[in-house]
Write a protein that binds this ligand. Structure first.
Ligand code: HAM
Length: 476
């Protein structure tokens, strides 16, 4: 107990990092104009507005259906993890670790990070929950926000959403191929035209010899390299292969290619993956420069790239992944092969818009509920539930009092029927139905209204027997 307390105390007193507080742009504006400036949205962050949700739902629904069809199980992982989970696995010299992680010390003194990706978290969960005992491969999929303090630009956000698929525990090339097939099917289902790019970066052992060769090829050209590429040459030469810097194209054309340095087992693995893809007729392009931006990959790496003439979009992959046979062992688990990929949701939603693919419109409500007075509101709330349970969407403006204003809204929404409940109707146990096109109104028993509306919507010709009285509302 004493030890535990001691430990907790120790955690609380861990050094506090004093964050450099950046002044909000709005502060200056406020000082100058005296007016309250609108609140500021952080750069690289965005709101997904109601009008965009249709596309998001389309993407989410199709992906969920495919995940289930390929028998992947959903896993939800925390957004905040201990930072060492990523520091130990993604690679010290990667952009993500060097400059993009949101790392901070939490109130108990632990160094934590907003997850920049989720593969490391999946591997952690696999170890933590003893998934070793489950039938293999363990096939998991996830969806959610990731955070990278990247330079905001087209297709790059600091908070973005990924959907990911991880297949853990099988080393066979068919697993790599099936993941590529799965990803391709997602794009086919969405109607997006993409290209699959593949490469193999072998095992860490055969990569070592290749890297030495790559460095000796680039060293004489060092003065032609940008500062960033000079750094890569020294710290992470493999990343030179996907450098987008001016002038690198020519140098890269003559650079040694990793495929020539693969050992026999790696070559065999990669050849089998490609054979499977050919067998199932998934077109692919061999991209010898594809190395991916994280260090945990072994053997097959792949990306899904939008087919477009816009260079900005062509540069931003819609998704990518590969095999990561060493990751789980690196995190303290038993040696366990694995393979997976993740898709960037923002980029996919944007591509849908750019390629003119729109989701089917969500059916608009055909019924509007208008109420007059408090008693009507009370009955209205209950009635609204009756309609919901009957599966009839009903629009309303409970916040409004005047009937005129409510009917204007109903008109704008283009509903077929408005049901109107006034004080008198509440007392009588009735309700008015107004046909918005003809303006005709009928009074019906409030207890039968759901059935009556249902019939009217399914067959407009259906005759509803009115209850005798002429409502005052009807004379409006
Ligand atoms: P990644 O290539 O870093 O891989 O990210 C996968 C996808 O997330 C990218 O292809 C892109 O569509 C999207 N993405 C990445 N960064 C951003 C950003 N700043 N803004 C918008 N979208 C972005 C991974 O994260 C690996 N965990 C994938 C994986 C799973 N490998 C094996 N299993």
């Amino acid at each position: 107990m004493y030890m535990k307390q001691k430990k907790e105390q120790a955690e609380v007193v861990a050094p506090k990092v004093e964050p450099k507080v950046e002044k909000a742009e709005t502060d200056d504006k406020e000082k100058k104009t005296g007016a309250k400036a609108p609140p500021e949205l952080l750069r690289g962050f965005r709101d997904i507005l109601p009008e965009e949700q249709g596309k998001w739902n389309l993407v989410r629904d199709r992906i969920r259906a495919i995940a289930e069809a390929y028998t992947f199980d959903r896993i939800d992982l925390p957004i905040l993890e201990r930072s060492d989970i990523f520091l130990r696995t993604l690679g010290k010299q990667t952009d993500v670790i060097e400059k993009e992680m949101y790392v901070f010390v939490d109130p108990s003194g632990k160094s934590v990070a907003l997850r920049p990706e989720a593969t490391a978290s999946v591997a952690r969960a696999y170890i933590n929950h003893g998934m070793l005992d489950r039938p293999h491969p363990v096939k998991l999929w996830y969806e959610g926000p990731m955070f990278r303090h990247d330079r905001p630009q087209a297709g790059r956000y600091r908070q973005f959403n990924q959907v990911g698929f991880e297949s853990i525990g099988a080393s066979e090339p068919i697993v790599d191929a099936q993941l590529i097939v799965l990803g391709t099917q997602i794009f086919r289902d969405l109607g997006l035209d993409i290209q699959v790019q593949v490469n193999s970066i072998g095992t860490p052992a055969c990569r070592q010899a290749y890297l030495a060769e790559l460095v000796s090829y680039f060293r004489p050209h060092r003065n032609k390299l940008s500062e960033d590429d000079k750094r890569r040459l020294q710290k992470n030469p493999l990343r030179l292969l996907d450098s987008k810097e001016e002038g690198m194209k020519e140098l890269l054309a003559d650079a040694p290619q990793i495929l020539d340095w693969l050992d026999d087992a790696s070559k065999e693995h990669f050849t089998r993956v490609l054979e499977f893809l050919e067998e199932i007729q998934i077109p692919y392009v061999l991209n010898p420069y594809l190395v991916r931006g994280l260090d945990y990959y072994t053997h097959t790496v792949f990306e899904f790239v939008e087919k477009t003439t816009d260079p900005d979009r062509a540069q931003n992959a819609l998704g990518g992944g590969g095999r990561y046979d060493g990751l789980i062992e690196l995190m303290g688990g038993r040696p366990t092969p694995a393979c997976g990929f993740a898709l960037g949701m923002e980029r996919i939603v944007k591509a849908l818009g750019d390629q003119g693919i729109n989701p089917p419109q969500r059916p608009q409500p055909n019924v509007f509920f208008a109420q007059l007075g408090d008693a009507a509101r009370r009955v209205g709330l209950k009635l609204y539930e009756d309609f919901r349970q009957a599966g009839i969407p009903v629009a309303e403006a409970f916040g409004k009092n005047a009937l005129k204003a409510q009917l204007e809204i109903a008109n704008k929404l283009g509903v077929k029927l408005t049901i109107i409940l006034g004080q008198k109707e509440v007392l009588d146990g009735t309700i008015i139905i107004r046909d918005m096109e003809s303006g005709a109104q009928e009074i019906v028993d409030v207890n039968k209204i759901v059935g009556v509306v249902k019939r009217k919507l399914s067959s407009e010709e259906e005759v509803v027997k009115p209850i005798v009285r002429q409502s005052p509302v009807a004379r409006d």
